[in-house]
Design a protein around this ligand. Structure first.
Ligand code: EPU
Length: 312
């Protein structure tokens, strides 16, 4: 029996008896906002927290490598696909509002779309997420990477996170995490199941006004209508990566179908059949130009996945 066939039988056996959907031969470009990414052999899609916990436990016990996929909005996947199993957490989407004014706790599961949560907060008059309007992806991904904009960061409103770490389930309080800019302070390999966020009760109209204002700024300054992975590089301390890339003359620079956006230089957009290989080549060229001109080394903000499923 070939190793491949052996592995295939194994996965089905490992997950036997669990009420879990297994998708086969999925093209990952269909799961990323950049519309880039090759094939994965197996994608496991649990529908609730308990099943997800059991899936992770069994995969770990059987030493099956897996990658947790959220909204795929900050991610570059190789053109040749990946070799591990993908654990897609989009089925974990319960939300509960607990407590009363002046502040409430919102329990939200990992697969909740960040924008679903943002619009719920707007309708219910819950303040704290205004600056996150328009950011794609899932709540789990947003927490893992401490997503933010306009001075807001999701970790500012997080109280605690329910995770699986090395097979054990644990609740981590915010004060026990050393989170920072675009970093939720969790470890590589942690699986976020749900998060509790504290939001302040206020007038829905006030929240709506702010969100409309932020969204208008985003529409004017960012290429929201083209496939991208958001900002490619982190802002160096006290600087804007977009400004530096722009000043280095990189706007419009193109490799294959990947282009440095002419609207905001820290966004690389996919003009059609963009490839990860071209994306990386463009990142290298932009980084080199910025280094040469400003002596500043840009660091990626996006997660770059390897075929073997480690991420850089
Ligand atoms: N700028 C240019 N050219 C450009 C882009 C920007 O000159 O091509 C200038 C702007 O004119 C402005 C300054 O650079 O004077 C800063 O630009 P902007 O306000 O767009 O903010 P940013 O630092 O580029 C950050 C976040 C964005 C977030 C915005 C709004 C990072 C890497 N970027 O961008 O987050 O939406 O602020 O708050 O932290 C993301 O994380 O994926 C992201 C897009």
């Amino acid at each position: 029996m070939s190793q491949q066939v052996h592995r295939e039988m194994n996965l089905l056996e490992i997950l036997e008896g669990l009420n879990v959907e297994i998708r086969e031969q999925e093209l990952l470009k269909d799961y990323t906002t950049l519309k880039i990414g090759g094939m994965v052999r197996y994608m496991v899609v649990p529908e609730d927290v308990q099943t997800a916990t059991e899936v992770v436990k069994r995969l770990r016990e059987s030493s099956v490598d897996f990658f947790v996929l959220g909204g795929g909005s900050n991610l570059l996947v190789p053109d040749s696909g990946i070799e591990c199993v993908v654990l897609l957490l989009r089925g974990l989407k319960n939300i509960q509002i607990l407590g009363q004014a002046p502040s409430v706790v919102v329990y939200a599961e990992s697969g909740v779309a960040l924008q679903g949560l943002v619009s719920l907060a707007m309708k219910q008059g819950l303040s704290g997420l205004e600056g996150l309007v328009g950011i794609p992806g899932s709540l789990g991904g947003a927490v893992f990477g401490n997503a933010g904009a306009f001075g807001y960061e999701i970790m500012n409103v997080v109280e605690e996170i329910d995770i699986l770490r090395k097979g054990s389930r644990m609740v981590i309080k915010k004060e026990d995490l050393s989170y920072g800019y675009r970093d939720g302070g969790l470890l590589e390999g942690d699986v976020i199941l749900s998060t509790r966020l504290r939001l302040e009760v206020t007038e829905p109209e006030r929240i709506k006004r702010k969100m409309i204002e932020y969204l208008n700024i985003k529409k004017q300054t960012q290429p929201l209508d083209e496939p991208s992975a958001g900002c490619v590089f982190k802002n160096p301390p006290g600087e804007s990566a977009g400004r530096l890339i722009d000043l280095a003359g990189c706007k419009g620079l193109t490799k294959g179908d990947i282009q440095v956006s002419t609207k905001h230089a820290n966004f690389f957009v996919n003009k059609g059949q963009g490839r990860a290989e071209d994306f990386i080549a463009l990142m290298d060229e932009v980084r080199e130009r910025v280094l040469r001109i400003f002596s500043i080394e840009l660091e990626p903000e996006i997660r770059i996945l390897t075929k073997g499923c480690t991420s850089k």
